[in-house]
Ligand binder design. Structure first.
Ligand SMILES: [Zn+2]
Length: 72
């Protein structure tokens, strides 16, 4: 449990505005890459395929983001 929380916290800090992230979900346009427009209580993500912008609650965003392309 403690390990998991530590990991989540670490992941939170890794995301910054402008980062490109990969998600579990594929957008209907076929893209899996999103640019982070906002981090905070909500995450705002812009699809790199079609430019569509979505807003997700932080826990949901952290759940679907699988990789930070900018920092790895
Ligand atoms: Zn899209």
């Amino acid at each position: 449990m403690e390990n998991k929380e530590f990991k989540e916290n670490k992941r939170n800090k890794e995301y910054q505005v402008g980062d490109i992230v990969r998600t579990k979900k594929v957008h209907p346009c076929g893209s899996k890459l999103w640019e982070i427009l906002r981090v905070g209580v909500d995450f705002k993500l812009k699809c790199q395929g079609c430019g569509h912008v979505i807003t997700l609650e932080r826990p949901k965003a952290l759940k679907i983001i699988t990789k930070n392309e900018t920092r790895e």
